[in-house]
Design a protein around this ligand. Structure first.
Ligand code: IPM
Ligand code: MN
Length: 375
């Protein structure tokens, strides 16, 4: 029997309760398809930070890099200032493992209600490939008060590093600034990933940018997109300004196959995408390094107000778990999980409040695990 060791970080808020359902369903799939999973639990998140002062250490990250997949619940807690855990744990892991693709399928499952009138599962089935290590997420910036000051900002990646020396002179009372940066290597690799994916799908790639205003950074993105596109003459393409694509996601979702986007716009448009596919409770994602350690998580956050209530929808996390085992090579088991999610939704008996039901988080996990085993 194949044996997998998978690190799991339940995290904050609803994280532990949803991740428990994901593990349960993967174990059921293992029972049916002949593999076994040993979960290695890591405590990182708010409680651990408040108790020890540690976000996630270099040693822990190094240890985690021995595995090819990590299963993550959610990170974020109102007891800790906004951004501390998100940057110190989640983004730290994405950057450390160089998970340069954030893969977010936007797929309306059969039987799910979408707020978009007259659109069906046939119309809503595309994948967003969000760049996951650059752009305004590199986290360098600062504040300066009136007068003359200096700042040195650095970004260091395994792929490259960059250093900005700033001489600031302002007569404003105070300014805040943030540097967004993309690199040729970083842009090309994520766009290549998108084209390779499109080759296996409907052979269409849509690019997202704001090259009409932020022309240095996103004009560069566009050039690299065109250069990679020229290597794929059989794939059709289009360019979209980010403001316009939010409109097209709602009006004509059927136009899209693979959408490739810089990091920050990708963050924004995938929350919209999640709603188009029926809500945040249904939207999974994967932080992918095709040659290294990937990390799978729902798109939604830690929803602290629902913590411990056994109320939220675990489907996004269960689906993310399916993406994870697919990446480990268990394609049949992964498909069986998505199909069990679909059956659960179509049967409409055991569903959480967001889908109009009254079942608990663990009831939905039990039910999907039962369907996986039952088939
Ligand atoms: C997401 C989240 C994160 C992001 C936050 C929590 C850092 O919103 O995964 O979309 O902005 O990437
Ligand atoms: Mn987000």
């Amino acid at each position: 029997m194949t044996q997998y060791k998978i690190p799991v970080i339940p995290g904050d808020g609803i994280g532990p309760e949803i991740i428990a359902q994901g593990c349960k369903v993967i174990e059921a799939a293992g029972e049916r398809f002949g593999f076994d999973v040993e979960w290695i639990e890591y405590p990182h998140g708010a409680d651990h930070y408040l108790a020890t002062g540690e976000l996630i250490s270099e040693d822990t990250l190094k240890e985690l890099s021995n595995y090819s997949a990590i299963y993550l619940g959610s990170i974020g807690d109102p007891r800790v200032a906004p951004g501390v855990l998100e940057k110190g744990v989640l983004l730290a892991a994405r950057f450390y493992f160089d998970q340069y693709v954030n893969l977010r399928p936007i797929k309306l499952l059969e039987g799910v209600w979408t707020p978009i009138k007259d659109k069906t599962p046939e119309d809503i089935d595309f994948t967003v490939v969000r760049e996951n290590t650059e752009d305004f997420y590199i986290g360098i910036g600062g504040r300066a008060k009136k007068g003359v000051s200096k700042d040195v900002l650095e970004v260091s990646r395994s792929l490259y590093s960059a250093k900005f020396g700033l001489d600031i002179d302002t007569d404003s009372e105070e300014i805040g600034y943030q540097i967004g940066m993309i690199s040729k290597e970083g842009t090309q690799r994520v766009i290549r990933y998108a084209f390779d994916l499109a080759e296996k799908r409907k052979k269409h790639v849509s690019s997202v940018d704001k090259a009409n205003v932020l022309s240095d950074i996103y004009g560069f993105w566009r050039e690299e997109f065109e250069s990679v596109a020229s290597e794929h003459p059989d794939v059709t393409t289009d360019f979209n300004f980010v403001d316009a694509i939010t409109m097209w996601f709602v009006k004509n979702p059927e136009w899209f196959d693979v959408v490739v986007t810089p990091n920050m716009f990708g963050d924004i448009i995938t929350d919209l995408g999640a709603m188009v596919q029926g809500g945040l409770g249904l939207a999974p994602g994967g932080n992918i390094n095709p040659e290294g350690t990937s990390m799978f998580e729902p798109i939604h956050g830690s929803a602290p107000k629902y913590k411990g209530l056994n109320r939220v929808n675990p489907i996004a996390t269960i689906w993310a778990g399916s993406m994870m085992i697919e990446q480990l090579g268990e394609k049949e088991a992964a498909d069986a999980i998505v199909s069990a999610i679909e059956t659960n939704i179509l049967e409409a008996k055991v569903r959480t409040y967001d889908m109009g039901g009254s079942a608990g988080t663990s009831d939905v996990g039990d039910e999907i695990a039962r369907i996986v085993l039952d088939k």
